[in-house]
Design a protein around this ligand. Structure first.
Ligand code: ADP
Length: 447
């Protein structure tokens, strides 16, 4: 097992990893930008190193600086967290060539899954169903036109290198196609430096259902059930649940087994999430994330398994401490993402926190690096907290969530807490009756 781990991240996820390390008796090193010197992840680490100016490019994304920090603090391993360098194959490779362990999969798996076209090809090769669409990239308008005529509209043009809901455009008819293609390619070039796009059938009412897996270096792969992340705005998750209330026990088992078998064939190791769209009883793979997910706590709540701890254990070469038959699903969990944004306009709202009071009590967990007096910088992702609630049934979970949302006080900045207080009262949410377009189509339509 490692002795000391550097966490190449910030905010709530850096804290989550630090806490897991501390629970395991491991020392931690925080890295931070100049603007983050008062951040909670710096305060709670055993050691910290400033790695550059506020801009991510100059600090959290600066591979040389992160590796230098690892050298001078003499760590054994680097945990990339979520976002930043977590899906950067070059970083994963450089970490290893510098003699540290990368707490994540191999650089090769990151590369294959990081390109959605090669990821789809790999999934097809191991028997996973995918959304119907082009075989590979579409490089010219003529090819796209004839493909879409054959497939039928609507279609979705997607960036091969996409992430964060960027580089995607819907075309509802032949007339829309050229503009959608141009816009998707331009956005893909601007965001990912790669304008390669592919096309898929656009599903009108699917749910987003994803399966959590964990694999060790000894060929053991276990799935930890699914999460329903259908409540989204601009393809970004806002509210997540485990389990998905639309799946039967039979469907759950079949999906989990299918995924675990496929992941074993690929020879993947570490934690990973395989994302699907689910419509009319059918699953269609969309992408695999080769890292911890923001919404991992709800899986922890319903399985009782500390995913970060297990992730660190398998990265150190230890076998998984449980097998598939040990995994039992109990109760229901919901996570609300709290963003520093106006709850109606979604404009970013950085600034000083004047009052901070987190909810508590049985079944309530808060993942946040906020505290009173802290200033949320304008520079980074707007996620500032996650409220995670668990109970024996979905109904009880919603009631507890309502109570926890009432207790939660964050003053000085705008947050999406008021949006969640409205969601929890909504009839469709209460019934579990939604799809990925529901929030924008029905709930936010007037905003
Ligand atoms: P990203 O990596 O940018 O998050 P994904 O491929 O994971 O991109 O898709 C993000 C979201 O976009 C999905 O959760 C879903 O809401 C929507 N989406 C993706 N593919 C399709 C599709 N074929 N039809 C309808 N919606 C889709």
């Amino acid at each position: 097992m490692f002795r000391k781990v550097l966490i190449a991240n910030r905010g709530e996820i850096a804290l989550r990893i630090q806490r897991a390390c501390a629970d395991m008796g491991l020392k931690t090193v925080a890295v931070h930008s100049e603007i983050d010197s008062n951040a909670m992840h710096v305060r709670l680490a055993d050691e910290s190193v400033c790695i550059g100016p506020a801009r991510s490019k100059d600090s959290y994304l600066n591979i040389q600086s992160v590796l230098s920090a690892a050298e001078i603090t003499n760590v054994d391993a680097i945990h990339p967290g979520v976002g930043f360098l977590s899906e950067n194959e070059r970083f994963a490779e450089m970490v290893e060539t510098h003699g540290f362990t990368f707490i994540g999969p191999t650089a090769e798996h990151i590369r294959v899954m990081g390109d959605k076209i090669t990821a789809k090809e790999m999934m097809i090769s191991v028997g996973i169903p995918v959304v119907p669409g082009s075989k590979g990239a579409v490089n010219d308008m003529e090819e796209l036109r004839s493909l879409c005529k054959e497939m039928g509209f609507p279609v979705l043009i997607k960036a091969a290198g996409g992430g964060g809901g960027k580089g995607m455009r819907v075309a509802r008819s032949l007339e829309d196609l050229e503009a959608a293609w141009r816009d998707a390619r331009n956005e893909a070039q601007a965001c990912f430096g790669n304008n390669e796009v592919y096309v898929e059938k656009y599903l009108e009412r699917p749910r987003h259902i994803e399966v959590q897996i964990i694999a060790d270096h000894h060929g053991n792969v276990v799935h930890l059930g699914e999460r329903d992340c259908s409540v989204q705005r601009r393809h970004q998750k806002i509210w997540e649940e485990a389990p998905c209330s639309a799946l039967s026990a039979k469907e759950r088992e079949a999906l989990g087994e299918l995924v675990a078998t496929a992941i074993k064939k690929i020879g993947y190791r570490g934690v990973g999430t395989i994302e699907f769209l689910y419509e009319d009883g059918k699953f269609y793979f969309i992408e695999m994330n080769t890292r911890l997910q923001v919404e991992h706590p709800i899986t922890e709540c319903v399985t009782g398994i500390d995913l970060v701890r297990e992730q660190i254990r398998v990265a150190s070469g230890l076998p998984l401490s449980f097998s598939q038959k040990d995994v039992e699903f109990k109760g229901h969990a919901i996570e609300c993402r709290i963003n520093a944004e106006h709850p109606e306009t979604f404009m970013p709202s950085p600034g000083k926190i004047t009052e901070y009071l987190a909810p508590g009590g049985y079944g309530v967990r808060v993942e946040s690096a906020l505290y009173a007096g802290y200033s949320v910088p304008p520079t980074y992702d707007s996620l500032v907290g996650k409220l995670v609630v668990t109970a024996q049934t979905r109904e009880e979970c919603i009631a507890r969530l309502r109570r926890a949302l009432q207790e939660y006080v964050i003053s000085g900045i705008e947050t999406t807490l008021p949006l969640h207080r409205l969601l929890v009262e909504n009839k469709e949410i209460q019934k579990g009756d939604f799809d990925i377009h529901w929030l924008e189509r029905e709930f936010l339509k007037n905003t």
